[in-house]
Design a protein around this ligand. Structure first.
Ligand SMILES: Cc1ncc(COP(=O)(O)O)c(C=O)c1O
Length: 451
């Protein structure tokens, strides 16, 4: 055996018997809800602040509970990766994306930076690149026409390109990119390949092992599936080297972020949020396995309906990047002596009901069990229409169809979810859900409200 397996790392993190002994035997990592560390002398304060002895000094520079989350995220994303890996956790996924990318945009290392990215990205990521970097900082943003065409990526790269960026799978079209092929291109250009792997989670895919240099996550999603806290993470291999970028930055990129940009700009995660995320991330493998198994059944059910025009799920052979998902998305540690590894394709899917935008709205309004909400990866199944929700800022029919309903499959029984979809797609009797009350599929529970 080469070391603890993924699920063990998730449960144990960096909190072992010895760490518990320093915390009155507490079985779980204590939540250090404190902004600063007390020192017994001026000398101890000096030495700790100088990094000569262990400590955390001030919560913007570090906090023990946040540190445990960083260790755990690094262990999971770095699992079976042949390199040392570190993580920095942030307030949100968007903070992680800006933190991972802004250091590469410095004009100190070249004139006018440009970036090459897949347009199949979450709406706010598109906004950060187009508005915050493009309009406000003069960065040239080169969106590739087809994220699957490696030649298309290559055509956009020149000596001022600072990084390649893609989501895999993407939100909401659940399209993968060919990470090993893009990694090779990035290595040739001596620039980083940055992958947002929020939808896969390290339980299904670890891009660092496929050749990516830096991975970003929104921990608000499946990592924090109970829906209590927002959070984000930047995870990087040690010993990165890029054209024109200082070694101080790339030797341990996550460590650099923690001790420089994040400390200075203040996007640190609150220890309370870190504590709730630590509790959620423990069950990541089992949860993502179950949610993905359920999502595949839901996708197959929808694909078999004549009143559904199109289903988007990488587990379906009809999906454009099914071949990549089959190659790269595996339930971690599912293979072993006497048992084959199993593919899992994640918890997110989309579909277009017959009847266009009005039908999409109608189906969404009629669902009783799915929560109409703009989040994903939660234990509670959610439904949204990206064109009016998560991706409204982008507008138009490209790259997200305006009649696409997006489902994030949680941990409810799959049969209940399918029954809910069934009644939402077939009910013909009423104009809208509110006028009729909930369907038979899910009896409403009476709740006393105090207002
Ligand atoms: C793929 C992806 N990346 C990043 C984000 C941003 O995460 P957060 O909302 O935690 O800032 C989202 C949010 O939906 C997302 O879906």
């Amino acid at each position: 055996m080469t070391g603890p397996r993924f699920a063990t790392l998730a449960v144990r993190g960096s909190y072992n018997h010895e760490a518990a002994a320093h915390n009155l035997g507490s079985l779980g990592e204590p939540a250090y809800l404190a902004t600063a560390q007390h020192f017994d002398s001026a000398e101890t304060m000096r030495a700790t602040a100088a990094g000569e002895r262990e400590g955390w000094v001030y919560a913007r520079r570090g906090n023990p509970t946040v540190g445990h989350l960083e260790d755990t995220v690094a262990a999971l994303e770095g699992y079976q990766v042949d390199a040392e890996v570190s993580a920095a956790v942030t307030t949100t996924g968007m903070a992680a994306i800006t933190l991972a990318t802004t250091p590469f945009l410095s004009t100190a290392v070249g004139a006018k930076p440009n970036i090459v990215a897949s347009p199949a990205c979450y709406g706010s990521t598109v906004m950060v690149f187009d508005k915050r970097y493009g309009d406000e900082r003069g960065v040239s943003v080169r969106w590739v026409d087809d994220p699957l065409s490696v030649d298309g990526w290559e055509r956009h790269i020149d000596e001022d390109t600072r990084f390649l960026y893609a989501e895999s799978p993407s939100n909401p079209m659940v399209q993968l990119v060919d990470i090993p092929a893009l990694a090779e291109l990035a290595r040739w250009a001596e620039i980083p390949l940055i992958i947002d792997a929020t939808l896969a989670t390290p339980a299904l895919m670890r891009p660092l092992g496929l050749g990516a240099d830096i991975v970003v996550h929104s921990l608000t999603k499946a990592a924090g599936a109970s829906g209590r806290s927002m959070g984000g993470a930047v995870i990087a291999r040690h010993g990165l080297q890029f054209r024109g970028q200082p070694a101080e930055m790339t030797t341990n990129f996550a460590g650099y972020l923690r001790s420089g940009p994040m400390r200075d700009m203040g996007s640190v995660l609150s220890p309370f949020n870190a504590w709730t995320l630590l509790a959620d991330i423990r069950e990541l493998r089992a949860r993502v396995d179950s949610m993905s198994t359920s999502a595949l059944r839901v996708a197959e059910y929808l694909a078999n309906r004549s009143d559904v025009v199109e289903v988007f799920y990488p587990g379906l052979p009809s999906h454009r990047t099914h071949h990549l998902a089959k190659r790269d998305m595996w339930l971690v540690d599912s293979g072993g002596p006497g048992r084959d590894a199993v593919n899992r394709f994640g918890f997110l899917l989309g579909f277009r009901p017959a009847g266009g935008v009005p039908a999409a709205h109608r189906v969404m309004d009629r669902l009783d069990l799915f929560w109409r909400a703009n989040n994903l990866g939660q234990v509670k199944s959610t439904v949204t229409i990206p064109a009016i929700g998560t991706h409204q800022q982008i507008g138009g029919d490209e790259p997200v169809p305006s009649d696409m309903v997006r489902l994030s499959v949680g941990l409810e029984h799959t049969d209940d979810l399918i029954e809910d979809l069934d009644q939402a797609l077939t009910r013909r009797d009423v104009a809208g859900r509110r006028s009729t009350g909930p369907s038979e599929a899910m009896p409403e529970i009476a709740v006393d409200r105090v207002e």
